[in-house]
Design a protein around this ligand. Structure first.
Ligand SMILES: C[S@@+](CC[C@H](N)C(=O)[O-])C[C@H]1O[C@@H](n2cnc3c(N)ncnc32)[C@H](O)[C@@H]1O
Length: 276
């Protein structure tokens, strides 16, 4: 087997090259994102940054095959590629309430719609749900299935072992009185403004950010750190714990200098009424 000759490309060239490879638009911003997150290595500096074709190929893991063919080769030709929703943009897969809170384990809404709605195709030859039925999702996560069921005029019940996930789900399916929300937002904003006016928090945070910036540039330089992480050169847990220990004294010094109270008194907290 002959080794692949490695070509270097600018970010712009890489975006055109990758678009051509995977058959959908890859913007220069997408390539920069891969560099920032250490998926591919940046060669040279900002003015003339380049990336390597070999890195891109490894990332897209495709070589001469399209993603669809690649998956079909591994899983069989009867794969329903439409269910990959490969062509969907992130804005579509996180439409309306689905981006209220990031949650990695959620279904994408298009997948749920596919099974709940009343269309049929080569793979889905009958329909199972109609308006007015009750959909039970016993592993409801952040509630994608519940929302999509409601959107299609169905009722939905969800259960999840994680209290946090049920909180996100409930926020997404809840019915809200917008006038009430506006009053509540105004109240919270005013309380925050009052709090900030009477505290050193802003100065503390500005200084903390400056210190963090220096520290991160030294110990977590972007994108080198992410790249070394992706290559398995750094044990993230151990390195992180070590650096946390190093930074803690800087943090404590600033907390003391600006007289920052890390825990609110019970009585202060009690002043805020929690809306029922
Ligand atoms: C992939 S997510 C579900 C996605 C969800 N169906 C949707 O529409 O977005 C799987 C969920 O199952 C939950 N889970 C795992 N084990 C469980 C159990 N024994 N009982 C209830 N929920 C469970 C997890 O907390 C997680 O939120």
């Amino acid at each position: 087997m002959t080794a692949l000759k490695d070509e270097l490309m600018t970010i712009k060239e890489a975006s055109a090259w990758a678009s051509n490879l995977i058959g959908k638009e890859v913007t220069p911003a997408n390539i920069s994102y891969l560099v920032q997150y250490g998926r591919i290595k940046k060669i040279g500096d900002n003015g003339s940054a380049q990336v390597s074709e070999r890195d891109l190929l490894t990332y897209y893991n495709i070589y001469n095959l399209s993603r669809e063919n690649n998956f079909k080769e591994r899983l069989g030709n009867d794969l329903n590629w439409a269910l990959s929703f490969d062509q969907c943009k992130e804005a579509e897969t996180t439409k309306h309430v689905h981006l209220l809170h990031p949650y990695k384990g959620k279904f994408i809404p298009q997948l749920v719609e596919y099974f709940l709605d009343n269309h049929i195709d080569k793979f889905k030859t009958e329909t199972f749900f109609k308006k007015g039925v009750i959909v039970l999702d016993p592993f409801s996560g952040s509630g994608t299935t519940l929302i999509q069921a409601c959107e299609l005029g169905m009722n939905a019940v969800g259960i999840d072992v994680s209290a946090f996930n049920t909180l996100i789900g409930n926020c997404k399916v809840g019915k809200y009185d917008f006038a009430d929300i506006k009053i509540e937002i105004t109240r919270i904003t005013k309380s925050l403004e009052d709090f900030i006016k009477h505290s050193n928090v802003i100065e503390f945070e500005t200084n903390l950010l400056q210190e963090l910036n220096l520290f991160n540039n030294q110990y977590f330089p972007v994108p080198d750190y992410k790249y070394r992480l992706a290559q398995g050169e750094i044990d993230e847990k151990r390195y992180g714990a070590e650096k946390e220990k190093m930074f803690l004294p800087v943090y404590e010094k600033l907390v003391n200098q600006y007289n920052i109270k890390l825990k609110q008194d019970k009585t202060e907290f009690n002043n805020y009424k929690i809306a029922a």
